[in-house]
Every structure is written in structure tokens, then in C-alpha cells.
Write a protein that binds this ligand. Structure first.
Ligand code: MCN
Length: 793
């Protein structure tokens, strides 16, 4: 009998992404590739005023243009579409998909055109005359809190969307606050660090802008909607609800999605409007965002101001932390807008055993594009605020930044660790990550190199940052959508395996990692496994991909569903081979009895038998398919340490990132190659935020960074070679031991870069500089104008 080839174990291996050939070769299908018979095209007329009352909209010229099918004003759309829903329990003003009487940010839709092609639609949108009486606009978040010069939503006095939510030590579940522990910490402090910091606004900038095709079939009463979304099941829920349809009548498809970075969690006005118009007209309609629209119409990220006070002893022991957060959420609440800054509030303890923490949160409306999730979503902000404060403490005490951190770490034996701010960290060994980072960076030598460079008059600095992240979301209590994930695994009749996952990858590589897991579980080649996702007509249930949850939650569901099918298959194999199930091994494409390789039957023959089981084993049904829901009992908390070296040109202020060392601990790794790719992406976005990316508005609410000529994304030339490594601290929260990694790179990178810049500029007495690190800003500090640009102590 021919022996089967020996198949290597795949989990833990650097398997190349199976997705990439089709992406690289241009053979993938995106929303804009979808073409349907009779399809019409939609364009939006958008407000070019940040705040104002709509006096008149004249659609006559647009409606009369050749090829225009229909024109809708906000009032027309309001007749066929209810207000936009939000996904959080926070109070929210009414938000119409198309403004009816008031506009509140530049780019807000005010009218819609349906036409034969997108060019006619765009021209017709341009031909709509919109007369708006401008109102004062407010773009500065702290100005907005005064209620002057304007209140954006009448029911939200002083523009407060969420007014001061307290969190931390001494806060009872009903919101009562006892400050005695905090006050004592600050009273006992030998040193206090106080700093206002800004974590500025970013534009997510996925390579594929958003897009939607909606197809309501009047004959069937069903809707199919293709969208560039991270969560087709959530899209289905809301599209059904707003169109008065059942979830059984809506099929949502996320074809290939060219990145999302959190901004494609939302269900947007354009998706609702296209679905409602398709239903009203009975024809398929398509809308595709152009890049200029993406800058104003797709949610932004970050934009939080923090007032941070850190109380410590002279030996570096931190006694207390106060963090007063003010989030600029823009003009409206989108799906998760209000929830994102709560993650900043929740991560105030960072990697430290700080005995008294007060973190308070206020969320404020301004006349800007709404914010929502952007890679890291609330956690990079927390990391930035706390790690910068820790660095300022080290600098003030003239301590090594690593030593200050080490002194305050939560210790490995303290896990699970309940923080002062309500998180329960699952597992961690922060000292180990720090040690490895110091070793890999050659910290001592790096310090010598920096000092030698300084002796030559160069401005060189070192930065170090720890991070801990909440991800792998999570129990349902943490997510209004439900915190579970679903999978179905089927061994087909020919022995191939297909599996569906409710996690909807959009660049993460789960078609590879989930296949690695199943190939190992069943002992079959990777090529025999197909992972299906992104179509509610194929994938029975799901939540989606965000919060770095697909591996920890979706991967576990795959593992559990696979386990159920495997045990059923073992029963068939046992009947076929007259063996005991417990003695069977699945390996090398066969199922055989342990210790008797000659007995092994081809996997495919057992699969075939399972579908034509003659005779049928007692108590069994034919077929090899099963499903699993997995809801974890807790989030996961990956962590790590980043170190950077920066040089600033003394003449121009231009910073150059010379070195970036990252240690990341995401628990057990399924595919270290993919994990490194994920970290690369996160680091790139962190470096971008620190050094060149910033959304800037004029005082009148006009977006000044509305194209890639003004909003700078980092390119390869902006990065050194990232030096990555990992520690592995499995989580007890799921059977895989896997934590999330998709956002990790965005957390430690910004504070470690800013700390390196502050170090490089230390001769000018600067103790803090806010991002982004524009050369002009650094040049002014070098010219002695530091107090205006950064903190001085
Ligand atoms: N993985 C692994 N071992 C682990 C953890 C993860 O091998 N211990 C693998 C997973 O199997 C998956 C990838 O790493 O292939 C990321 O998994 P995970 O950390 O679970 O994150 P998600 O899949 O849930 O992805 C979401 C996360 C987020 S929140 C953003 S934002 C983000 C990101 O991932 N946006 C991305 N990575 C992105 N990558 C691309 N290319 N495009 C985006 O828009």
C-alpha cells in the first residue's frame, strides 16, 4: 500500500497568505466590479458649509439633465428612510442620512442624484443649487464646550454629547465618586507630572474607498446589498430594519474589501440611501466614494485631548493618575462614535499597578466629520497619554525610562488583574517583553550611540513605550451587537473541507490562518480547505471583524465547529474500520488506528462513506457538517514594548526615524508571518500619526487636508527596517491561547516616537511635544520657541 506524504503541522508556521496571488494579480472582485442589468448610479450633493440652515435647494436643472432618473432632497429621503440608528446606549441627536434643514459639517449630504452613469450623476449633483444661511462653526473642542459661538444640536447644551462620565478608583456603579484615595495619592506625592496632551484627528484612508450596490427585487420582495464593509451581518440587520424588511429578506455581501481600519464597521448614510432608493425605484443602484469624498464622508479617528496628572514618589513608584479626557466626536454620533473614547478611559491603568486612578470622559460635538473606530480605536490614545506621562516622570527623576516602567509593572502572578478602571487583564508578563526589547535594541549600546552622536552636536533621541490593549471583543456585555462569533465546518463528500466564518476579513489573512487550523485539526493538506466569509447568504451568522477579535473569537468558533465535525467523522471511521473512536488518528490525509499505519483509510473515503453510510451506523445521521458559536468570558489583553531612535536635523527640524524595535505578545501565534505583517501595518499607521498624518480644519470648519497632497500618508521611505520579535503569553480566555494583534502596532509606536523626539530636544528644556511632529514645530523649538510648542517644566 502506498504511504501517504507526511504533512507538516501548520499552526505556528510562516505560511504565505493564500489571498495574495489574486490581490496582486488584480483578479479580486470589489464592490465597484459589481455590474447588474439596469443598474443606475448614485451621486451625493454635499454641503460646502460647515454649519448652516438650508434655505433652498433647487434641483430643476439637475432633474432635467439627460440620463438623470431621479433627484432627492433631504426631505424626500426622509419620506422613505427613518433617521440613522446608533449602536450605543448614549443619548444621541436625530441624524438624517441626508440633511433636511440644517447642515453640521462640510461634506454632509444635502441631496442625491440617480442617473444612467456615475459621470452624469456627478454632473447633475454639481448642477443642484443649494442655498445655505451660514451659522457660526466651532472646530476647537474646548471652545465647543463653552456653548459658544454655537450649539450644534439644540438638545445638547454646551455641545456635550456625553457629559463627564467618571471612572476609576472610588466610583460606584451608580456613578457616585469618592476621591479620597486619589486625593491621598496626590497629597503623598513627592513629584507630580501635569501635562495637557492632544491625540489628534486622523483619516483612516483605506486603499479602497467605500462603495455600495443595492438591489431590491420587487417581484421577490428581497434586497441584496454589496458593500465594502467589515461586518456584513450587522449591515444586514440595519438595512433590513430601516427598509422595513426581515433579515431573511436581505442578503449582505462584502466582496473583496480593500482595507477598513475600523472605518468600515459603520453603516453609513450612503448605504441606507442606496437601499431605500433601490426599493423605491425597483432598480439596482451603485455608489462609489471618490477619494475627496472619503476625506469628508468617511469617519475620522482619534481626536482626544487629555489633561494628565501623575503622582509619584522620588524612587519612581507611581501613586496615582488623573486623566481627564475630552473627545471631539464631530457633528454626529455614528454607530460606535460614543463608545470609542470609553476604551481610552478603560485603559488608563496601562501596564502598571497604579493604586489610585481617576479617568473621566466628556464627549463633545463640533462641526467636523464624525469620529468612530480607527485602528486601535481608543487604546492608542490611552497608551499615548499614560506612556508620555511615564516618560516625563522618568525624565524628571533622571531615571532610565525602562526602570520607571519596571518599578510599576503588574507582576505575572497578579493575573487575572482587575484594574482600577474596570478591566480584568487576562494574562501578561510585561517585564519579559521589556527585557527582550532592551536586549534586541541593545539598549545600553544605543544610549552610548546617542550620547556619542550628541557629542558631535547631533540631535539624537531614544524613546521607549510599553502598551497593553483590550481586544478580542468580547463577551456580549461588552458589545451591543453580541460578543460571539459563529463558524460552520463541513467535510464535503470528496473529503475537501469548507468552513464559514462570521468574521469578515478585509486584509487580515484569515483565509490562510483559519485553513491552517483546520488542516492541522483534520490532518489534511492546506489546499484542501476553503474558508468562506463575507456573504450572509452563505455564512449563517456572524458579528464581524473589528477590535482584533477574529482570531481569538472567530478562530475559536472555527476550532470548536471543526472539533464537532471531527468527532462525528471519527464515529463513521470507527464503524467503517471496526475500531474504537478513541484509537483513531487523523494525519497525512488519512484516518487510521494509532500504532497501525497500515490500517489507515484515505480521509476522502471516510468522507464519502459519511454521505452514503451503508449500513448507517446506529444512532447516526448522514453528513459531516456542524456549527459553533463562541462567546468568550473576557476580552484578551495583548501587550508589548516598543523602542525607537530618532534624529532631528538641527537646521530644518526634520525628524528621521532611525530605528524601531517592537516586541509584541499576542499569546499563541497561528501564523507568525501574518502577525508580523499585521504589526508592520499598525506600526506604519502609528509612525504616520506621530510624524506626518494630521486632519486639519480651518476655523470656519473647512477641511484643509482634503487630499493626499495635504494629508500625508507615510511611504516606505519614511520607515527604517522594523525589528520585530515576540514573547508568547497565552490567554486562558480561549482554548487557542491566542490574543489579538491586528491593531497592536498603533499603540506603542506613537509615544515611543514622541519620547525619542523629546529626548533629542532635551537640550532645549522641552518636556513634551504633541504630535504630529511637523518639522516647523520642531524647528521652532530648536530656535528657542519651545514653550509655545511643547511643554516645559
Ligand atoms: N493572528 C494569528 N495569531 C494570533 C492573532 C492573530 O495568527 N495570536 C492572525 C489572524 O488569524 C489574522 C490576523 O492575525 O489573520 C489578525 O487577527 P486579529 O488580531 O484577530 O485581528 P482581526 O482579524 O479581528 O482584524 C481586525 C484588526 C483591526 S481592528 C483593524 S482596524 C485592522 C487590522 O486588524 N484593519 C486592517 N488589520 C488590518 N489589516 C489590513 N490589511 N487591512 C485592514 O483594514
Amino acid at each position: 500500500m502506498p504511504t501517504s506524504p507526511v504533512l507538516p503541522k501548520l499552526v505556528g508556521q510562516r505560511v504565505k497568505r493564500r489571498e495574495d496571488p489574486r490581490l496582486i494579480q488584480g483578479r479580486a472582485t470589489y464592490v465597484d466590479d459589481v455590474a447588474l442589468v439596469g443598474m443606475q448610479h448614485v451621486a451625493f450633493k454635499r454641503s460646502d458649509v460647515a454649519h448652516g440652515r438650508i434655505r433652498k435647494i433647487d434641483t430643476t436643472a439637475a432633474a432635467g439633465m439627460d440620463g438623470v432618473e431621479a433627484v432627492y432632497t433631504g426631505a424626500d429621503i426622509a419620506k422613505i428612510l427613518p433617521p440613522m440608528p446608533i449602536g450605543t446606549p448614549f443619548p444621541s441627536p436625530e441624524h438624517r442620512a441626508v440633511a433636511v434643514d440644517t447642515v453640521r459639517f462640510t461634506g454632509e449630504p444635502v441631496a442625491v442624484v440617480v442617473a444612467r452613469d456615475r459621470y452624469v450623476a456627478k454632473d447633475a449633483a454639481d448642477a443642484i443649487l443649494v442655498d445655505i444661511d451660514p451659522l457660526p462653526a466651532v472646530v476647537d473642542v474646548e471652545q465647543a464646550m463653552t456653548g459658544k459661538p454655537t450649539v450644534i444640536h439644540p438638545d445638547f447644551a454646551n455641545n456635550l454629547a456625553v457629559a463627564l462620565v467618571p471612572g476609576g478608583t472610588g466610583v460606584t456603579p451608580d456613578g457616585k465618586v469618592d476621591d479620597s484615595a486619589l486625593n491621598a495619592a496626590f497629597a503623598n506625592a513627592e513629584v507630580v507630572i501635569s501635562q495637557r496632551m492632544v491625540n489628534h484627528r486622523l483619516a483612516p484612508s483605506a486603499i479602497e474607498p467605500r462603495g455600495v450596490v443595492a438591489h431590491y427585487e420587487p417581484g421577490k420582495g428581497t434586497m441584496t446589498i454589496w458593500s465594502s464593509t467589515q461586518n456584513p451581518h450587522i449591515l444586514r440587520t440595519f438595512i433590513a430594519a430601516l427598509n422595513g424588511l426581515g433579515q431573511d429578506q436581505v442578503r449582505a455581501i462584502a466582496p473583496e474589501v480593500g482595507g477598513g481600519f475600523g472605518c468600515k464597521i459603520n453603516i453609513y448614510a450612503e448605504e441606507y440611501v442606496c437601499s431605500a432608493i433601490s426599493k423605491a425605484l425597483g432598480v439596482p443602484v451603485k455608489w462609489n466614494e471618490d477619494r475627496s469624498e472619503a476625506f469628508v464622508a468617511t469617519t475620522h479617528g482619534r481626536d482626544i485631548v487629555a489633561y494628565v496628572d501623575l503622582a509619584a514618589k522620588r524612587d519612581g513608584t507611581v501613586l496615582g493618575l488623573r486623566m481627564k479626557l475630552i473627545a471631539d466626536i464631530g457633528a454626529y454620533n455614528m454607530l460606535l462614535t460614543a463608545a470609542i473614547p470609553t476604551l481610552t478611559q478603560m485603559m488608563a491603568n496601562a501596564t502598571y499597578n497604579i493604586p489610585a486612578v481617576r479617568s473621566t470622559l466628556t464627549e463633545v460635538f463640533t462641526n467636523k466629520t464624525p469620529t468612530d473606530a480607527y485602528r486601535g480605536a481608543g487604546r492608542p490614545e490611552a497608551t499615548y497619554f499614560v506612556e508620555r506621562a511615564m516618560d516625563m516622570l522618568a525624565r524628571k527623576l533622571k531615571m532610565d525610562p525602562a526602570d520607571v516602567r519596571r518599578k510599576n509593572f503588574i507582576q505575572p502572578h497578579q493575573f487575572p488583574f482587575a484594574t482600577q478602571v474596570g478591566a480584568v487583564y487576562d494574562s501578561g508578563d510585561y517585564g519579559k517583553a521589556l527585557d527582550l526589547a532592551l536586549k534586541n535594541a541593545n539598549w545600553e549600546q544605543l544610549n552610548k550611540d546617542r550620547d556619542a552622536a550628541r557629542a558631535q552636536g547631533r540631535l539624537v533621541g531614544l524613546g521607549l513605550s510599553m502598551y497593553v490593549e483590550v481586544c478580542g471583543l468580547g463577551p456580549s456585555a461588552a458589545l451591543p451587537t453580541g460578543g460571539w462569533e459563529h463558524a460552520q465546518v463541513t467535510v464535503e463528500r470528496d473529503g475537501r473541507i469548507s468552513a464559514t466564518t462570521g468574521a469578515s476579513p478585509h486584509g487580515q489573512g484569515n483565509e490562510t490562518t483559519f485553513a491552517q487550523m483546520l488542516a492541522d485539526q483534520f490532518g489534511v493538506p492546506l489546499e484542501h480547505v476553503t474558508i468562506l466569509h463575507g456573504d450572509t447568504g452563505v455564512v449563517k451568522q456572524g458579528i464581524g471583524t473589528f477590535g482584533s477579535r477574529s482570531q481569538a473569537v472567530g478562530g475559536t468558533a472555527i476550532h470548536l465547529a471543526g472539533g464537532k465535525v471531527k468527532s462525528k467523522m471519527a464515529k463513521f471511521a470507527a464503524a467503517l474500520m471496526e475500531a474504537s473512536e478513541e484509537d483513531l488518528v487523523f494525519e497525512n490525509g488519512t484516518i487510521g488506528v494509532k500504532g497501525a499505519p497500515a490500517s489507515a483509510k484515505p480521509f476522502a473515503s471516510v468522507a464519502a462513506y459519511a454521505y452514503v453510510p451503508v449500513p448507517l451506523p446506529a444512532g447516526m445521521e448522514p453528513g459531516l457538517s456542524d456549527e459553533a458559536f463562541w462567546e468568550p468570558t473576557n476580552n484578551t489583553y495583548p501587550f508589548g514594548c516598543h523602542i525607537s531612535m530618532i534624529e532631528i536635523d538641527r537646521d530644518t527640524g526634520e525628524p528621521t526615524l532611525l530605528k524601531l524595535v517592537a516586541i509584541d505578545d499576542a499569546g499563541t501565534l497561528i501564523n507568525p508571518l501574518i502577525v508580523e505583517g499585521q504589526i508592520h501595518g499598525g506600526l506604519a499607521q502609528g509612525v504616520g500619526q506621530a510624524m506626518i498624518e494630521e486632519v486639519v480644519y480651518g476655523d470656519d470648519g473647512q477641511l484643509l487636508t482634503g487630499s493626499f497632497m495635504d494629508y500625508a500618508l507615510p511611504r516606505a521611505i519614511d520607515f527604517p527596517r522594523f525589528e520585530l520579535d515576540a514573547t508568547v503569553t497565552p490567554t486562558p480566555v480561549n482554548p487557542l491561547g491566542a490574543k489579538g494583534v491586528g491593531e497592536a502596532g498603533t499603540l506603542g509606536s506613537t509615544p515611543c516616537i514622541v519620547s525619542a523626539v523629546v529626548d533629542a530636544l532635551s537640550e532645549f528644556g522641552v518636556t513634551h511635544v504633541d504630535m504630529m511632529l511637523r518639522p516647523e514645530k520642531l524647528w521652532r523649538i530648536i530656535q528657542g520657541q519651545g514653550a509655545a510648542q511643547g511643554g516645559r517644566q
